[in-house]
Design a protein around this ligand. Structure first.
Ligand code: UDP
Ligand code: MG
Length: 489
């Protein structure tokens, strides 16, 4: 059999409108190069007719192969599957929407012939919104300072890799894959050139603001541990500041006697330090979460069918040779495994939500105090208290909906939400009473203990209010919206 010189790997997610135009353009660019080639399409769980289209392309042309996922696993997983499928001496990664012009392929192949292991086609930012350009420029500048590998603005996944480079990429076993960093990390002789940015031929970009933001965080965390170090620096700076403050207070006591206890200062300090501690815990939580996913050794994707075995559904098994990394045994379907990992994931989600809930609680206490302290000089203090309370409840509802439960706030949920505050009030009252009257605890210590003990219940109730409210809103909106609600990654 003739060896394959070039593999083109194309991840596709809902590219029904453009895939055939892309395919024709690709063939017209590849045939004149007189090289043997194959095209490896990876359908990333599209919900349109993409899978059928690439299936028929594969039936019509033996040079076309494909893998189709059981659901959307993300572009990183699709690229990995494509690289594992590929058999060519050189592999080119390309998007299906014609934003990576096939006309550039001959130039890339020529640079490969000169001995480069990576040929990167870098787009400029022509035609892109000012805000996105500015944010990207800022992001890459910040990344340049933070990351242990170099990631260049405009350098995406449109690149040619030699077989050696592909094998190096495939030898990296991490679950959380950040290709831009991986390509830079493997090294080898790299050359790049810039081309003019073009808009999508058809269809819509799948990278909304939130997905991009999360991708940015992935980039930051995948290749360094500097956020952890930053947390240590902030902690040390705060400890020093606290020491200074303590010395200042002691000096005040020695010089002027015992002063009136500073209630506001104390509370503000507790809230500020609590907030920083929780934010730091959040950073640590991000890393711990990643470790958790890494040690599970889950497959990166589940295959629904491939051109080689249309009905087989192996877990994470490459369709062709050059797997680089064999599919982990843990990826094979085994009774009970899916269930236990689902329970593990849901537990992890609850812990994350609880930490975030606590953090939002601290922020809201600060908001309440801020409103109360600034208003009570102008209006009666009880009115200031009510306004502060209402502002903090609305803020807490919005933050817990968007951040803790990752769902859109609804009126149904908003109506149920104050219930968690009422229960919190009653429960803390009962606990406080028990602590002081029955156990003889100090009043202040009992109040803190009651607050801590009641937090898990408030959390469960708040989550119930938000989730059940959102479910009710979906039901009343009808089935179309309810299925859309589940697409959140
Ligand atoms: N893609 C994918 N899985 C996803 C999202 C995108 O395979 O979950 C593919 C998509 O079909 C396209 C490429 O990745 O071929 C780039 O996606 P898109 O054009 O949406 O990104 P953008 O060009 O806006 O960065
Ligand atoms: Mg695109």
């Amino acid at each position: 059999m003739k060896t394959c010189q070039v593999s083109i790997v194309v991840p596709c997610f809902n590219e029904d409108e453009v895939i055939e135009v892309f395919h024709r353009a690709l063939i017209s660019a590849l045939e004149p190069t007189r090289r043997t080639f194959e095209i490896c399409y990876v359908d990333d769980g599209s919900s349109d007719r993409t899978r059928l289209r690439i299936g028929s392309l594969a039936t019509a042309d033996r040079r076309v192969r494909y893998t189709s996922f059981s659901r959307n696993f993300g572009k990183e997983a699709a690229m990995l599957a494509g690289l594992r499928m590929s058999r060519g001496d050189a592999v080119v990664l390309m998007d299906a929407d014609l934003q990576h012009p096939p006309e550039l392929l001959p130039r890339m192949l020529e640079l490969r012939q000169r001995g480069y292991d990576q040929v990167v086609a870098r787009r400029d930012r022509a035609g892109e919104g000012v805000l996105r350009t500015l944010l990207s420029a800022f992001y890459y500048r910040a990344m340049g300072r933070c990351m242990d590998v170099e990631v260049v603005d405009g350098e995406g996944d449109f690149r040619l890799l030699s077989r050696t480079a592909v094998d190096a990429v495939l030898a990296l076993p991490e679950t959380n894959r950040f290709s831009k960093g991986i390509f830079s990390w493997i090294g080898f002789d790299t050359v790049g050139f810039t081309y003019r940015n073009i808009q999508r031929a058809a269809g819509r970009s799948k990278w909304g603001g939130r997905r991009l933001f999360n991708y940015g965080i992935d980039g930051l965390i995948s290749f360094n541990s500097r956020p952890l170090r930053l947390a240590i620096h902030i902690g040390l700076a705060l400890a020093l500041a606290a020491l200074g403050y303590a010395l200042w207070t002691i000096a005040g006591v020695v010089l002027h006697g015992v002063a009136v206890p500073g209630y506001t200062t104390l509370l503000t300090a507790v809230v500020a330090i609590g907030g920083i501690q929780l934010a730091t815990l959040g950073v640590i939580g991000e890393y711990v979460g990643r470790i958790y996913y890494e040690v599970k050794r889950r497959p990166h994707y589940v295959v629904r069918e491939t051109s080689e075995s249309p009905k087989a559904a192996p877990f994470d098994i490459p369709a062709g040779g050059h797997s680089g990394l064999s599919a982990p045994a843990a990826g094979r379907p085994r009774a009970g495994r899916a269930g236990s990992t689902a329970i593990g994931a849901s537990r992890f989600r609850t812990v994350r939500q609880f930490l975030v809930f606590g953090m939002i609680g601290v922020i809201n206490t600060a908001v309440y105090l801020g409103v109360y302290v600034s208003l009570n000089t102008w209006i009666p203090y009880l009115a200031a208290h009510v306004i502060g309370y209402v502002v903090s409840i609305v803020g807490s509802f919005l933050l817990n909906s968007y951040i803790t439960c990752r769902t859109k706030p609804t009126w149904h949920a908003f109506v149920r939400y104050p219930l968690s505050s009422v229960v919190n009030l009653v429960l803390t009252g009962v606990l406080l009473y028990l602590g002081v009257s029955r156990l003889g605890m100090d009043k202040n210590v009992a109040a803190v203990a009651a607050g801590i003990l009641a937090t898990p219940f408030s959390f469960l109730l708040a989550r119930w209010a938000i989730d059940s409210g959102a479910a009710l809103a979906r039901q009343s909106a009808g089935p179309a919206e309810s299925s859309a609600g589940h697409t959140t990654p």
